[in-house]
Every structure is written in C-alpha cells, then in structure tokens.
Design a binder for this molecule. Sequence first.
Ligand SMILES: [Cu+2]
Length: 278
Amino acid sequence: MKFSAVAALALEPCYASAHYFFNMLLIDGKETRPDQYVRANTRQAKYNPTKWVNVRDGMTPDVADFRCNKGAFSSAPRTQTAEVRAGARLGFKLAVDATMQHPGPALAYEGDGDWFKMHEESRCWCTWDKDVVEFTVPKDIPDGEYLVRVEHIGVHGAHVGQAEFYNSCAQVKITGGGHGTPGPTVKFPGAYKQTDPSFNFSIYGGFKPYPMPGPAVWTVWTGGGSGQSSNSTGSASEQPTQQPTRQPVPVQPTSTPISNAGSGGPKGCARRHARSFK
Ligand SMILES: [Cu+2]
C-alpha cells in the first residue's frame, strides 16, 4: 500500500507549481523585496527551467543568458545593489511560496565575467521542499561589486539528458573583505557541458554519489596560522554525503514526456521512505 502511494506520488505530473524561480535576496536572514536586488528574468513563465532537451524560451546552458537567466541583463538598471559585508550570510528565496520539489544540488557562484563557486549542496535531498538556498560570503573576498549567482539543478530527468536549471543573480557590493584570490574561476556559459556526468546522472536504481558540476568551492585559509576557513559553511563536496538517500521509484523509461516523470519525492528527508522499499 505504501509502495503504491509513493509510486503514485513519483509519477505525479510535473506541474507548473513544481517549477520555481529565485527572486528574493536574504541578507543575514533578513528578507528584502522581491526583485529588489535580484535581476528579474523576462520569461513568459518566470519559473521555466533551462534545459538542453525540450528547450523552453530558447534557454539552454550554452546561451549567453545562462549567466543570470533569460533577459536578466535587461533588468539590471531596475535592480538595486545590496551592500553586503564579507562574512555575511546570503540567501536566495523562491518566489510565490514555491519550494524546490525536484531532487538535485544547489550551488552559488560569485563573480561577473569570471565566477568562483562559493557554495554547493549535493544531491542528498538536502534542498528538498525548501524555499531558500543559503551560504556565507567568504571573508577574504576583495571588496567590490559582484553578481551572486544561485542555482538549483533538478536531476530527476538527467538520465535522459533533461537536467533542469533554475538560476538567478543578485547585485551586491562587498565591503570589509580581504585580499584573497577567488578561484578556480569559470565562465557562464562554458562551465557546464551537455555531456558532463552531472547532467546525465540517474537518480534511479539505488544510491550513487552525485558528481557535482562546476569547479571546486573556493576555500580560503586565513593567514597568521589561525587555520580557520573563512568559508564557514564548508563544501559539501569535501564531506560527501554518505547517508542512504531515498531510492526513488524507478520510472518507466518513458514514452510520456519526461516532464511528467518523477518530480515527486517525500517531504523532508527520505530515509523513512527508502526503508519502505526494502
Ligand atoms: Cu520540473
């Protein structure tokens, strides 16, 4: 009985409400206005994902607008720049009460033309049903104006080349920073390739460690032998999540559109459900 209930959930269509977009910056946990510091995209349906297959709004990870989402550059003049001190907690919140109801990693990059990775959370259902991705600005980042690029990648369809990318950028001015050299840096587009294992990964058929996309997180060791990482959140990739994740119901290799496949998953973490499969 349990099995069929969960199976039904997994086969539930990927409704529009299952898609989402980030439009609010949180600074040390405090909300700001939607689109105040986050560049609005210009998609017909703002929540549409970027994909390589079944492309919506002409958006793939290979186009210039993959940087901050479609049309975001045209929103720049209407977007304010948030003054943020190095070491602050930043977050991005989803619009219209949506939550991340796709399994997959969350990442944050900072830069402009050259981006370094500030944060990553792997495919451990950690982001499941949350509405915020939060991370710490490294203390050693040089002062100046940056874009902060948040990204959630739904990998429920990645086994058939249909990873879904949800990303937005906020405009920030960092103060009180240091003299670090953020890196390694990458370009968008360019950092991700359609053939990358991260975007051709199957969440089905049992737990496998997820290969994180993009470069390593910039991890800084402060001088003076204090031995403290200024990136207090650390990197998820440095401590691979070994907890048994839920084993999603294998979805029929489908003749139905993949957008109708496997968007489901339990609320909270799934270990409980994983047991029900054994
Ligand atoms: Cu979706």
